[in-house]
Design a protein around this ligand. Structure first.
Ligand SMILES: *Cc1c(COP(=O)(O)O)cnc(C)c1O
Length: 411
């Protein structure tokens, strides 16, 4: 069975053109000529929908944005130069000095550093919680809280959040919920579960072959009646709601972040990302199946595997109920010590040692000595980074070959 069947039709049909060039055209121009001053005025005041300047929007990138918005059921999307840029864009468009973030679960190393170090330099405070600390999360919300942030699957500790429940808490408190859905595109639809903004690193499974760095933020539409973004908590947004209504979060992100910080996607990367999208449902289906076969088989053979498909995982029930389309491409292997982890990585013939996930190839990396090397012991403990931990992202290879190779490498 293919859980992602509907996307198979949608992606290839909307990316290919029925007239002229079938493959999307790459519009490699930084600027665009307006022909007349009247048209220039119309483009700048928004009454004429034509490209203004590639930092603010590019036709190739716009096509990608339309598809990404549709994938998640959003009103629009803003593609960015990287996944970190998408998170930065979405955060900076809503935060001001004195704002607070509540960060739940995970966390991807770059995001953790952004919240815990970089944003604190601008007077923005982040409170970190584990996925199931619901009472503590509720109690931490105050009038300065602007964003509740979570990862659909905590990377790399593989803890799974109850997204619906956290969305309920966010909605009751009138706070925006932002979900990093990099690991589970199509499998989890955060906007349908009550989130407001979804961010992606498209560098990972969406592009799928290490060809393009990119990111994307997808936004929901502003409701006609009541909406948490119409409350005083988000007063900076109100002029955009007055101006463009439903599209306010997009306009705000473009003006308050994209225009001024300039984390724009480039046309070549957007093109390569669309090529990735065409086969995303097929690759996702294949890899999600392989991951559970491999996790179970390696675990039965005595390896210390962390994946929610295993009965021993604390979120196994949640995995069965809420993550029916799997939880992405990775699992982790704890070899116990750094020496044993290095021995495994030196022996495996299949895994490519790199700081990436979601590739066509199987990838592996020792966590404590690389991405998390700058983090102190307490932080590593909170994030679940043990000395022997290897993060593995399963690829398109035959799962039997991967199992054979890993068992040989581990012994
Ligand atoms: C890789 C990753 C990012 C950052 O993406 P880049 O494209 O490398 O900037 C953010 N979140 C998650 C979950 C990631 O895996």
């Amino acid at each position: 069975m293919n859980y992602f069947e509907e996307y198979c039709t949608e992606f290839v049909q909307s990316i290919g053109s029925k007239e002229g060039a079938v493959s999307p055209s790459i519009v490699n121009s930084a600027s665009f000529a307006y022909a007349t001053p009247q048209i220039a005025e119309g483009i700048f005041d928004g009454s004429i929908k034509k490209p203004l300047y590639s930092r603010m929007g590019n036709p190739t990138t716009a096509k990608l944005e339309t598809i990404m918005a549709k994938m998640d059921g959003g009103i629009g999307a803003v593609a960015t130069s990287s996944g970190m840029a998408a998170t930065t864009l979405a955060c900076m468009s809503l935060l001001a000095c004195g704002s607070e973030i509540i960060s739940i679960g995970g966390l991807f190393g770059g995001t953790y550093a952004l919240f815990s170090e970089t944003l604190t330099r601008f007077g923005i405070t982040t409170h970190f919680f584990d996925v199931d600390e619901f009472e503590k999360i509720k109690n931490a919300i105050n009038e300065n809280t602007k964003i509740i942030f979570l990862e659909s699957v905590a990377n790399p500790n593989m803890r799974l959040p109850d997204i619906k429940k956290i969305a309920q808490i966010a909605n009751d408190a009138g706070v925006a919920l932002m979900v990093d859905n990099t690991i589970t595109p199509m499998s989890i639809l955060p906007l349908k579960l009550g989130a407001d903004i979804v961010v992606y690193s498209t560098t990972k499974i969406i592009s799928g072959n290490s060809a393009a760095l990119g990111g994307c933020a997808v936004f929901r539409s502003i409701n006609d009646g009541e909406d948490k973004f119409k409350t005083p908590r988000y007063k900076e947004l109100h002029k955009f709601i007055k101006g463009v209504g439903k599209m306010a979060l997009i306009a705000n992100a473009k003006k308050r972040a994209m225009r001024d910080f300039g984390m724009s996607a480039n046309a070549n990367s957007s093109y390569l990302t669309m090529l990735g999208l065409e086969t995303l449902p097929l690759r996702m289906q294949r890899i999600v199946n392989s991951v559970s076969i491999i996790a179970k088989e390696l675990s039965e053979n005595g390896l210390n595997i962390n994946h929610p498909c295993l009965r021993t995982h604390p979120h196994h029930e949640r995995y069965l109920n809420d993550f029916k389309n799997g939880c992405g491409t990775f699992l982790s292997l704890d070899m116990g010590t750094k020496e044993k982890a290095y021995a495994f990585l030196n022996k495996t013939k299949i895994a490519t040692i790199t700081a990436n996930i979601g590739d066509s190839r199987t990838l592996a990396l020792h966590m404590a000595s690389t991405i998390y090397r700058d983090f102190d012991e307490d932080t590593r403990k909170f994030l679940g980074i043990t000395e022997g931990l290897i993060r593995i992202s399963i690829g398109l290879e035959n799962p039997k070959d991967i199992i054979k190779d890993f068992l040989a490498a581990a012994n």
